[in-house]
Write a protein that binds this ligand. Structure first.
Ligand SMILES: [Zn+2]
Length: 163
């Protein structure tokens, strides 16, 4: 009887969605989340929520590099500085961006004063500058302040063929 084999065949054709590595915003350990849309997910190490609806504030270079390199979903970065007025004006809108784009996109802020090397590394000429990374590589940037809605539209346009 061929139908005895059917359940096994079926099981073989039902692909498990591939896991996405997410760098924890609290302890920076990497957790594999599977599938990506079954969030909210918690960190396997510190048990806190991997997505909080808030931009993750990155203030040291090692955490910045790990977040960009080891987060499997796209990473949106607001390069800002504490002395920059437009950056502060943009901050409430950017919280809304995090609420809208998570968990498809990791939304972070990088303090270019605390991490002084970033401006030279990424050739950032002004703050704020928005940059979108996918697979650890820059896929787009926009210098200047933007509204939350414009950031979401811009990011979605860039990601249309990426995710
Ligand atoms: Zn953690």
């Amino acid at each position: 009887m061929s139908d005895i084999a059917a359940p096994a065949e079926l099981a073989a054709t039902v692909q498990q969605p591939s896991a996405h590595n997410i760098v924890c915003p609290h302890c920076q350990e990497v957790t594999a989340v599977s599938p990506a849309n079954s969030l909210p997910a918690t960190c396997g190490s510190c048990q806190k929520a991997l997505f909080t609806g808030q931009p993750v504030n990155l203030t040291d270079e090692a955490t910045f590099d790990k977040t960009i390199a080891q987060t499997d979903i796209p990473v949106l970065v607001d390069f800002w500085a504490p002395w920059c007025g437009p950056c502060h004006q943009m901050a409430p809108g950017y919280v809304q961006v995090a609420k809208q784009l998570e968990p498809k996109v990791r939304v972070v802020k990088a303090d270019t004063e605390a991490i002084a090397s970033l401006s030279a590394r990424f050739n950032i000429r002004m703050v704020p500058t928005m940059m979108l990374f996918s697979g650890g590589k820059e896929i787009g940037r926009r210098p200047g302040a933007m509204s939350g809605n414009d950031i979401v539209k811009w990011a979605n346009l860039l990601l249309k063929n990426k995710i």
